[in-house]
Design a protein around this ligand. Structure first.
Ligand code: UTP
Ligand code: MG
Length: 166
């Protein structure tokens, strides 16, 4: 994979259904760059899938995103980010700190995502993957929302060579 160049202080948001490769992609950069709802749910509840821990995970994500952007450090938001209000919240934080925004859209076909999902330890129910996949925005939608730069993950090349995925 040709690693994407991220200017220091960028708010880089990954957008894609479960199993689409977001965390695999994020693993190209230092761990400290990544803010992840799954990780914070796990830290709060011992399991990344406990949705009752989503509110506290959102608070932690917001705190760390602000802390990094305030310092001019890049943040990679590794969550599904498939709902426009969630993306608007991230754009607002980047605008507050006057930081550039990059969206990476994980646009693999549903069949590919389903296959990747069943091939890993943490399998998300197929109907959930399908529902989330149906929420994928278009590149034009993302530009209209105000993202400075939009990349298609499919155009960034093959999967990175890193086993360091959670
Ligand atoms: P990820 O675990 O990276 O997906 O990849 P994700 O988008 O972060 O999923 P959620 O939202 O946390 O649930 C899922 C599986 O797909 C493989 C990874 O190795 C992993 O097993 N994968 C990822 C590929 O086979 N090819 C890719 O290009 C990317
Ligand atoms: Mg992940």
């Amino acid at each position: 994979m040709n690693r994407l160049t991220l200017t220091a202080g960028t708010a880089c948001t990954l957008i894609g259904p479960p199993g689409s490769g977001k965390s695999t992609f994020a693993a190209q950069w230092p761990d400290t760059w990544r803010v992840s709802l799954d990780l914070y749910r796990k830290l709060a509840a011992d399991t990344a899938t406990d949705q009752s821990a989503t509110p506290v995970a959102l608070q932690i994500q917001a705190l760390l995103l602000d802390a990094r952007l305030a310092r001019g450090l890049t943040a990679i938001v590794d969550s599904t980010n498939l709902r426009a209000p969630a993306r608007a919240g991230l754009l607002a934080r980047a605008a507050h700190w006057q930081r550039p925004t990059v969206a990476v859209l994980f646009d693999a076909p549903l069949a590919t995502v389903q296959a990747q999902n069943v091939g890993r330890d943490r399998v998300v129910p197929a109907h959930v993957v399908r529902e989330f996949h149906s929420l994928l925005p278009t590149v034009d939608q993302l530009h209209d929302e105000g993202w400075d730069t939009v990349h298609l993950a499919s155009a960034l090349g093959a999967r990175p060579n890193s086993p360091n995925v959670r």
